[in-house]
Write a protein that binds this ligand. Structure first.
Ligand code: ADP
Length: 260
């Protein structure tokens, strides 16, 4: 609580009492904390790759460039870390755009079967590298009113997470299920799973169940926050069913039409 007090004095200068105002600032404090955490997270996520780039550049300048194999190895690390910074900045800019009140979708007739096929193409290589089989089940009518590019972003994010958090030699199912008023996109994997109590948290910016593992996999920690915002911008909802050690299913339920 924030407490403000003021004396109450009559016209004749007589002391009448005191007025005390108690102002509940729980929400303000919470928002302030979220903002602080966000800044701390962004700084940390940027510092890690920048420190690495700085270290390897200095080592090269100190003479390591003369050895061809070190030169190549260090340059590759510098390239990888720079890409990571680019990805993070892209996701941050995207998230801030999506979160702005003036953000609007580019609505049009969108076939989710199409979107699914394009998303699958994007992750196919990464899946093949781990010998993961991608199975697509389409619907006979998967047309909705939506933003095709943004929906592609949603499905690609979910699929690429499924690949990252699955062991080798497993399967991932991408199913499009039609309803009368809704179409559902479902991504099911046989990966590490998410504990029940972690499920609501994975949609928070930068929240990762296993920090080290997720960071090594190249993600920015913003993917699911973006997915959730975009789903809600379509008046849809997202649900997660998961069994640690068994696998995870993400379901995105999208209405066929958008309200005026
Ligand atoms: P990241 O870049 O770390 O993958 P996301 O926002 O996409 O960030 O996901 C947040 C966290 O949710 C991940 O770090 C991981 O712990 C968990 N997660 C997301 N998808 C899956 C999945 N299919 N299986 C298991 N864990 C997942």
């Amino acid at each position: 609580f924030a407490v403000y007090g003021a004396p109450v004095i009559s016209g004749h200068g007589k002391w009448l009492g005191i007025v005390i105002v108690l102002h509940d600032i729980t929400e303000l404090k919470r928002l302030e904390q979220i903002r602080k955490d966000f800044v701390a997270n962004v700084s940390h996520e940027l510092r890690t790759p920048v420190t690495s780039i700085k270290g390897f550049t200095e080592t090269l300048l100190d003479g390591a460039y003369e050895d061809r194999s070190s030169l190549l190895m260090f340059l590759e690390i510098i390239q990888k870390e720079s890409n990571r910074i680019m990805l993070l900045i892209q996701d941050l800019l995207d998230l801030s755009k999506i979160e702005q009140s003036g953000f609007h979708l580019n609505l049009g007739d969108t076939d989710l079967n199409h979107v699914a096929a394009r998303a699958a193409e994007t992750v196919q290589l990464a899946a093949s590298d781990k010998n993961i089989r991608l199975v697509i089940e389409t619907a006979s009518d998967a047309r909705i009113q939506g933003d095709a590019d943004r929906l592609l972003q949603v499905v690609t994010n979910l699929l690429s997470n499924a690949v990252v958090y699955s062991p080798e030699d497993t399967e991932i199912w991408l199913r499009i299920k039609e309803g009368k008023r809704h179409v559902t996109v479902e991504v099911e994997d046989q990966g590490i799973g998410i504990a029940q109590q972690e499920i609501p948290r994975v949609f928070e910016r930068f929240y990762r169940v296993d920090r080290a593992r997720s960071r090594n996999s190249g993600g920015t920690g913003l993917g699911l926050a973006i997915v959730k915002h975009l789903t809600e911008a379509h008046h849809g909802r997202i649900q997660v069913i998961s069994e640690p050690g068994q696998g995870t299913t993400f379901q995105v339920v999208l209405p066929r039409t958008q309200p005026e």
